[in-house]
Write a new protein. Structure first.
Length: 251
């Protein structure tokens, strides 16, 4: 057996690089890196709340209803936001059938009425954050009451959810997670990896180990775009759903 001396005291070992391709992959890689120590994983969990409101664009006709064109909206999009380069690919996906898992919807974060969006377009500053998710996932969020419609084009999306802090994963587990984008077909070639220090995973709290819709994706975000806090902020029901998920997938 080859001899591998321990690193000298005071010199930290480099974190293990673990490639993550989805939710089951995330928990498997953390199981390997932590040597099955579930307590270490719980120590890395946090809670987060996304922006409380967003306008939803499901089809090209919605731009007309919002009173802005796709070109005008793209002109004020925040170029530093994770989904910036996906904008045109999301619009192209509107041609897909509604049952197609790759049919996307746009979420214009922080806006709940078309008048406010129109004002932002007139101002011309590139600060509008435009994300996206699959149409099927959006509908699943409505069914499980994670998100709700407040008007024809706007949703309340302020539900607290569980996540992982990358800094904690590095420090406590000694792993460096390389999360690959599940929507990489939309991304520029240089953006196949999802980046950010807040690691998010899909979980349907009503059925956390059920169908893949709402229970399979992992992606990363910038913590400054979210209200990040202690894991204990989650409801008992939400924490029980996480317990159930980890019982099945932390293997």
């Amino acid at each position: 057996v080859p001899f591998h001396p321990a690193p000298p005291r005071g010199i930290a070992q480099a974190p293990m690089v673990q490639e993550v391709l989805g939710r089951k992959s995330l928990w498997h890689e953390l199981h390997v890196a932590s040597k099955g120590d579930l307590c270490k994983v719980y120590a890395c969990l946090c809670s987060y709340a996304p922006p409380g409101k967003r306008l939803i664009v499901q089809r090209k006709a919605d731009f007309i209803a919002l009173g802005v064109s796709a070109e005008e909206l793209h002109a004020v999009a925040d170029p530093t936001f994770w989904a910036f380069r996906d904008f045109h690919g999301v619009i192209e996906s509107f041609e897909r059938e509604e049952t197609d898992p790759e049919r996307r919807v746009m979420g214009i974060e922080g806006f709940s009425c078309k008048e406010a969006l129109q004002e932002a377009v007139r101002a011309g500053e590139k600060v509008v954050k435009i994300g996206h998710l699959s149409l099927l996932n959006l509908r699943a969020k409505v069914v499980n009451k994670e998100w709700r419609w407040i008007s024809e084009l706007a949703m309340d999306t302020s539900t607290l959810k569980p996540g992982l802090l990358r800094a904690q994963v590095r420090e406590i587990i000694g792993a460096e997670l390389r999360v690959m984008r599940h929507d990489a077909h939309l991304a520029h070639e240089s953006e196949k990896e999802s980046r950010g220090d807040l690691i998010l995973f899909d979980i349907d709290h009503a059925n956390p180990i059920g169908t893949d819709v709402g229970n399979s994706k992992v992606f990363c975000q910038c913590p400054s775009n979210y209200d990040v806090g202690d894991y204990a902020r989650l409801s008992i029901a939400q924490r029980k759903a996480v317990d159930q998920m980890l019982q099945e997938e932390f293997i």
